[in-house]
Design a protein around this ligand. Structure first.
Ligand SMILES: Cc1cc2nc3c(=O)[nH]c(=O)nc-3n(C[C@H](O)[C@H](O)[C@H](O)COP(=O)(O)OP(=O)(O)OC[C@H]3O[C@@H](n4cnc5c(N)ncnc54)[C@H](O)[C@@H]3O)c2cc1C
Length: 372
């Protein structure tokens, strides 16, 4: 089977990997350089930030993230030479009002990754000596991890670009589908080129509402901007991820600490702003005052593909047998992407499903009219 995938963020790229493993031939398209949109900008926490605040459908996909990334890292690293660093730091949460809910979530879920306990200040200081003295307690998730997403994307891209069954078209905006008898016949790029495949996958993240007009359905996905800043501290300086009032610090092994993030509806604005960067800086220093002594080495903004309740659309598009969705992952696209790709491969290849496919079906929301 030949599959055309529009969008080379983590969801398009992992869909490609998953389908390649099942003997498909792949053609990938991106309007810009592959792997440079939300998937590059994100933090890489391998869990929803406060899982009890999310629907089951989000947590069901996210729970497979870490194990599947471990498998991909083991397969890709010998070929690409890149370790995308699944960093087991654990997470400290300081929002007192979430302690009880967090503990009962940890108790109910059987996932080892989501086990948690309350730490008093002495234990808290033992686990992370840099935390501000204002925090007397924390909810500790010792088994939560993060991945270094820019390296993850780099590794997947090197692997796919050397693969004889993969073709890449970057800087190619796909404008529309050529449709006949409820089947997609080909893709049309803005430069007028046509591309044919057996199946077509839309993995266009924040840009996915572009398809509403042509497919005559209403796709409720829009960009929500998130900004980040990056400190450089000594290697292994900050031992854990930290979270307070939806702001977080994510340490990488080489001492970089990613801090974020904001949430703003600004259309396709992808530049960071001074005010928001100052807010993130203040929130970071409030958590870990010693960060003040280290330089900020980078600042950026990314566009999260928001969807109602943050539940992605994965599955067949209304009215078209060979057109598939994998978009709308909002705040949790990096942790949900590996299992999203598995589910989509199961649907396209008609394999048994790992999770309840209905929960993600595009049919649940898109009001499709007759298409042609
Ligand atoms: C600041 C921030 C922090 C985040 N932190 C986390 C986190 O800690 N953990 C987590 O799990 N998630 C996190 N996320 C969310 C996560 O990054 C996203 O959900 C995920 O990256 C979405 O991936 P995607 O492949 O769907 O979209 P994208 O990465 O945006 O990729 C979509 C691609 O499609 C291309 N495209 C669009 N339309 C067309 C077209 N018509 N033709 C050709 N190409 C097209 C775009 O150029 C783009 O490259 C964060 C996001 C942000 C912004």
């Amino acid at each position: 089977m030949h599959i055309a995938i529009v969008g080379c963020g983590i969801n398009g790229l992992l869909t490609a990997l998953e389908l390649l493993e099942h003997n498909c031939t792949i053609t990938l398209f991106d309007q810009q350089q592959a792997g440079k949109a939300a998937s590059w900008a994100g933090g890489g926490i391998l869990s929803p930030m406060y899982p009890w605040r999310y629907p089951k459908a989000v947590n069901d996909l996210a729970q497979y993230g870490k194990a599947l990334y471990q498998q991909w890292n083991a397969k890709l690293q010998p070929i690409t030479g890149i370790d995308f660093e699944i960093h087991d730091t654990g997470m400290l949460i300081f929002d007192q009002e979430d302690f009880e809910m967090g503990l009962s979530y940890a108790e109910q879920t059987r996932q080892p990754m989501q086990q948690a306990k309350i730490l008093d200040q002495t234990h808290l200081k033992q686990i992370n000596p840099h935390i501000s003295d204002q925090f007397k307690q924390a909810l500790h998730f010792p088994h939560l991890s993060n991945i270094r997403n820019p390296r993850l994307l780099k590794s997947i891209l090197i692997y796919l670009k050397q693969h004889p069954k993969v073709q890449f078209f970057e800087n190619t905006w796909i404008d529309q589908f050529e449709i006949q008898h409820s089947q997609i016949q080909s893709l049309k790029a803005q430069n007028g080129q046509h591309f044919q495949a057996d199946h077509y996958v839309i993995a266009t993240g924040s840009w996915s509402a572009h398809w509403s007009a042509q497919l005559k359905c209403s796709i409720p996905v829009k960009p929500i901007q998130g900004q980040m800043l990056l400190f450089k501290t000594p290697e292994q300086w900050l031992p854990t991820m930290c979270m307070n009032r939806v702001m977080y610090l994510i340490p990488r092994t080489d001492g970089h600490v990613v801090c974020g993030s904001s949430m703003q509806d600004l259309g396709f604005e992808h530049r960071p702003s001074l005010k928001t960067q100052q807010d993130i800086y203040q929130a970071s220093i409030e958590l870990v005052p010693d960060l003040e002594q280290f330089p900020i080495v980078k600042q950026w903004a990314g566009l999260r593909p928001s969807s109602p309740e943050g539940i992605p659309y994965i599955g067949q598009m209304p009215n078209f047998k060979n057109l598939w969705a994998n978009f709308g992952h909002f705040r949790n696209g990096l942790c949900m992407a590996p299992a999203s790709a598995v589910l989509l491969r199961e649907l396209i290849c008609e394999h048994a499903h790992t999770v309840d496919a209905q929960a993600y079906s595009p049919l649940r929301h898109f009001q499709a009219n007759t298409a042609e």
